[in-house]
Design a protein around this ligand. Structure first.
Ligand code: ATP
Ligand code: MG
Length: 472
């Protein structure tokens, strides 16, 4: 026996007949640990996914060996979280998290429990895990270790806490959001007692860090069942982590274009786009300002003037609060801002819309608009869809024509203007913008000679000496 480590020999009930075809690298790591007298199992999400017939995203390993003992056995390791027992073992350019059996204290703040006690007992380690479906372990020697009936919950499609749900949610409130996230990813129901505990303890989610909430919310939003956002609302979770969503759920839309509350419309719209992070978040937030922008006219009809612009602002505040990365925030906010913009269907107007919206997000605009229309009432639906089709056709035509849509595509540059004697950066910028305006009107104007002539005409009519004269 290695000093400080534990030998195989804890009695665990296992289903020996169960066989998982472990990837070669995982088997190599498990074998090396086993050969050196430690216990080692594949554990958690990977076992769950294999039992579901899905390809696991990553393979986590749990072992009786302490972190330093793991490090001693493998030439390439990274100290991922030694104090929490995690070492990443690098096996031919691929990393595998190997974590010592542990009992967790409370999860005070961030990703990790305040206090971790290593244990020689696999069952103690499995007991600290969140749900029965995530608390199974496997190795070739012992087969499947499934102390909490995870396999049968998998078969029945149930997310159920390991042990007493209230205790488990008191230890780590994030688990409540994770329960709904897994139900969205797997299409599972949440077991009754687990649900009841969420209802009474959802308030504790206010102690959880923004980063952890963001991760789970994105996983739910991009899952096969984004409609589980409804469960987040019903269980009182959004009230704590995203109260703006509750306002949407509670805002009626008395308008022939709509047949749902803003929140229900939002949920349907999320289901109408592919599970892409930017698209799903755009649909989640596209009408976020409607509760604030709602007015009712004398005939009792609701209007939501200005909601896209205001929505982009509110979405930005939410993204900041949840500590999202800048790229996601900018992409989603641009789409929220322009989701309801309907240019006249001429090349000129569409070119202008493309410049205003920003080309990078443009292809997504059409998916967003279709998802939005399909989540509305059937009133004028075909007309609206025809409009989007035609809009998209014109967009593609503009791209094929290679029309100039930015200053850098102009056939005249800032340097040309300098050579004409214009010194001020601001004036150069203004003139280039004016030229772009002209070219957007008619792409044939993007000819060097024509544009230089326009500059000369401009300078003759509006002496470029003037700004300097004004300065003095
Ligand atoms: P994914 O496929 O999304 O990675 P996963 O089940 O692997 O799903 P992770 O968040 O990677 O989820 O966690 C790995 C395992 O660690 C889980 O399967 C579970 O056993 C355990 N676990 C993770 N977070 C918690 C938590 N907050 N409380 C208890 N156990 C947890
Ligand atoms: Mg994982």
């Amino acid at each position: 026996m290695k000093s400080g480590g534990w030998k195989i020999g804890n009695t665990v009930q296992s289903i020996k007949t169960y066989h998982i075809d472990l990837p070669e690298k995982v088997r190599f790591i498990l074998d090396r640990l086993l050969l050196n007298g430690y216990e080692a199992y594949a554990v958690g999400g990977c076992v769950r996914d294999i039992l579901l017939g899905k390809e696991p995203q990553d393979w986590d390993i749990t072992t009786s060996a302490k972190p330093m003992q793991v490090k001693a056995l493998f030439p390439h390791t990274i100290d991922t979280g030694l104090q929490h027992g995690t070492v990443t073992v690098i096996c031919r350019h691929e990393g595998f998290e190997v974590t010592t059996y542990r009992i967790d204290g409370e999860y005070g703040d961030g990703r990790h429990p305040n206090e971790v006690i290593f244990t020689p007992n696999l069952l103690e380690d499995l007991k600290r895990r969140d749900f029965t479906i995530n608390a199974m372990a496997y190795n070739d020697q012992h087969g499947l270790v499934d102390e909490f009936d995870g396999a049968s919950d998998l078969r029945r499609g149930i997310v159920r806490c390991v042990g007493n749900p209230s205790d488990r949610f008191h230890e780590d409130a994030l688990r409540m959001l994770r329960a709904v996230r897994f139900s969205g990813q797997l299409g599972f129901a949440i077991e009754k007692q687990t649900q009841e505990a969420v209802k009474s303890l959802a308030g504790n989610l206010d102690k959880i860090s923004a980063e952890r909430i963001q991760t789970e919310l994105v996983k739910l939003a991009t899952s096969p069942h984004p409609e589980q956002m409804r469960t987040l609302y019903e269980l009182g979770i959004t009230r704590v982590i995203l109260p703006e969503f509750d306002h949407m759920m509670e805002t009626e839309q008395n308008n022939p274009h709509h047949c749902y509350t803003v929140g229900e419309h939002t949920i349907h719209a999320m289901c109408n786009v592919i599970p892409d992070k930017v698209l799903r978040l755009t649909m989640m937030f596209h009408d976020i300002a409607k509760p604030l922008c709602r007015t009712t006219d004398e005939s009792g009809r609701d209007h939501f003037y200005g909601h896209p612009l205001m929505g982009a602002k509110i979405a930005r505040q939410i993204f900041r609060r949840l500590k999202f990365d800048r790229d996601t925030m900018d992409a989603v906010c641009a789409l929220v801002r322009w989701h309801d913009y309907n240019p006249a269907l001429t090349e000129k107007k569409v070119r202008r819309a493309m410049i205003e919206t920003g080309e990078a997000q443009y292809p997504s605009v059409f998916a967003v608009k279709r998802a939005d229309v399909l989540a509305q009432s059937s009133y004028k639906r075909q007309e609206k869809l025809d409009y989007v089709d035609e809009y998209e056709k014109i967009y593609h035509k503009i791209l094929e024509q290679g029309n100039c849509l930015s200053l850098k595509q102009l056939k005249v540059t800032g340097r040309d203007l300098k050579q004409l004697g214009i010194k001020q950066g601001k004036q150069i910028g203004d003139i280039l913008k004016m030229l772009l305006e002209q070219v957007v009107e008619d792409p044939d104007r993007n000819e060097r000679e024509y544009l230089l002539k326009q500059v000369r005409l401009y300078l003759d009519g509006d002496s470029y000496e003037k700004p300097e004269a004004e300065q003095s």
